[in-house]
Design a protein around this ligand. Structure first.
Ligand code: ZN
Length: 557
């Protein structure tokens, strides 16, 4: 692989101080009304330290931190070294800081076909598919059952698979949640997207039901993105964890265009719009279609391995834990584009996403390691791999945890730390779901700050970062999100800069470290989150999801 020449690393005073282990003066002393003397050493968390870690992790030499690459290995080596320097114990495989995560890379051949008597649907135009198994050639042939939204939600008394056996068959599924009717305004979260609405859930449930293949019906409104996004996102190389031995897996996972779905249902003797109307109301039962569908999928697949980096600060209750997560991976070096100059910047440095979150988590670890006392419960720091490929590192960690998930009091995830200066608010996805919310609220109030809201609940951001696999396992979780209330005379301009990043730099090589970045707000957030984690670790009771929340019953089932 050829990469552009390296920019020199500017060894700033902050970086020198970090390496020398001497603390630069704290940007602001912890609030007098903050936690008691036994809390984390919050003065260790400074904007300068965060900036130093970001500068290293987003350096060109790390080549965009793609899993299973040299740059990725350098990033995980750096993180493990930092944990070791802080005195955290290794909590990965065989006494190391590394939990090796197997990753399946698969590319489906364009020869994929899906056909019913009288019609073959065209790959890319009508259907896009991948597989839940690693076989080079997968064939699925069977009856098709329309299962509405494909949801089994006992707490909502909703079952789209009621009374039907779909083993070995195709299921045809609508994406998104059923609408909340006037007499049940909070059904499936009302306007907010619940996990039952996400495409990932639809495939998971179809596999649990024993289906051989699943077809998700695409519409612009229900998917919230056009068919072109389906085409670009689910073609080319796909990444997944290998299925656990004996676990159910779908032979074919597909998206089908609305027009093709209408045709397929018609050939099965039904009208899709009529079925959709039925499926949106309580009492829907699945509808077997009078049609058989067959698909053949050929793929190239290979296994790779990339580690989660895991360290632990043992607590008084060593067998219970609070877990802090931040993903280290990003997109690596992108392929040259036709016509661009040879020296074009192709390195996805991922400075904000998520060198900044790793940096904030490292400073939290430092504050805790230097607290002078042990935390109540053990404090795990987990730097996850392959988040950008579908939360793979955290899914693997949740499936292979160093202690039972029922012993994990809480998860705090950092995916992006604010580089635009201090804010009044701190926004934590999930703060409305569990007793972690009121604890966060109290700590924020004591520091003269406020807890902001998720302003786009319909987009389902809670389901899109590394805390989510832990939430699915029943662990109360929070994930740091973007603030909205910048302080000072430039507040409006800073908010506009944040919006501009989302439009222009998000997931682009231009997400690069800028010496003008101001991590004061990130340091304030990291101090608050370190205090919260410490308090959760010390509390006699474990936090819990609010009654009626989708994840409330996981631990009692
Ligand atoms: Zn991220």
């Amino acid at each position: 692989m050829t990469v552009p020449p390296l920019r020199p690393l500017v060894v700033s005073a902050a970086l020198a101080a970090l390496v020398a282990g001497c603390a630069p003066p704290p940007a602001a002393p912890p609030a007098a009304s903050g936690p008691a003397a036994s809390g984390p050493a919050e003065a260790e968390i400074t904007a300068a330290r965060i900036a130093a870690h970001v500068q290293v992790l987003s350096h060109d030499g790390f080549e965009g931190r793609a899993p299973a690459t040299r740059g990725g290995d350098l990033a995980t080596t750096y993180l493990a070294t930092q944990l070791a320097l802080l005195g955290l114990e290794p909590a990965g495989d065989n006494g190391t800081y590394f939990q090796q995560v197997p990753i399946v890379e698969a590319t489906v051949d364009r020869s994929f076909s899906l056909s019913v008597p009288g019609r073959t649907y065209k790959y890319l135009d009508d259907v896009v598919a991948f597989s839940g198994v690693e076989d080079a050639r997968v064939a699925v042939s069977g009856d098709v059952v329309f299962v509405g939204h494909g949801i089994v939600a006992p707490e909502q008394k909703w079952n789209d698979y009621a009374g039907v056996d779909v083993k070995g068959k195709w299921v045809l599924i609508m994406v998104n949640d059923p609408p909340a009717p006037a007499d049940e305004p909070t059904l499936f979260g009302g306007k907010a997207l619940t996990y039952y609405g996400r495409w990932t859930y639809k495939f998971e449930e179809a596999a649990r039901q024993g289906a051989a293949g699943a077809l998700l019906i695409h519409t612009d409104e229900s998917a919230t993105y056009p068919w072109q996004v389906v085409q670009s996102s689910w073609t080319g190389t796909q990444y997944a964890l290998p299925p656990a031995p004996g676990a159910p897996a779908l032979g074919v996972k597909a998206w089908i265009s609305n027009a093709a779905a209408i045709d397929l249902v018609k050939r099965g003797g039904q009208d899709l719009d009529a079925l959709r109307a039925k499926a949106s109301a309580r009492g829907f039962t699945p509808v077997p279609l009078a049609v058989r569908a067959s698909a053949t999928l050929t793929q190239r697949s290979a296994r790779k391995v990339a580690p989660n980096v895991v360290g632990v600060l043992r607590g008084e209750k060593a067998d219970e834990a609070v877990i802090v997560t931040a993903h280290w991976d990003h997109f690596g070096v992108r392929a040259p584009q036709p016509g661009e100059p040879a020296d074009a910047d192709r390195i996805h440095n991922g400075a904000y996403d998520n060198a900044s979150g790793c940096a904030a988590a490292l400073t939290m670890a430092q504050a805790m390691a230097r607290a002078g006392t042990k935390p109540g419960r053990s404090m795990y720091f987990v730097f996850t791999t392959a988040e950008e490929s579908g939360l793979l590192g955290s899914e693997y960690f949740a499936a292979h945890p160093p202690l039972p998930m029922a012993k994990v009091a809480a998860n705090i995830n950092v995916d992006g730390a604010n580089y635009l200066g201090p804010t009044k608010d701190i926004v934590m996805l999930g703060s409305d779901r569990s007793s972690l919310g009121p604890m966060l609220q109290a700590l924020a109030t004591a520091r003269g700050r406020v807890v902001g809201e998720d302003t786009h609940p319909e987009r389902g951001y809670f389901f899109r970062s590394d805390h989510f696999p832990l939430a699915k396992a029943g662990v109360p979780a929070l994930s740091l999100s973007e603030p909205k209330q910048f302080e000072g005379p430039n507040a409006a301009a800073l908010l506009a800069r944040q919006e501009a990043y989302n439009g222009k730099d998000y997931h682009q090589p231009s997400d690069e470290y800028d010496p003008a970045w101001d991590f004061t707000g990130a340091a304030n957030d990291a101090r608050l989150l370190a205090a919260l984690a410490w308090q959760v670790a010390a509390a006699p009771e474990m936090p819990a999801y609010n009654a009626g929340d989708q994840f409330a019953e996981v631990r009692t089932r």
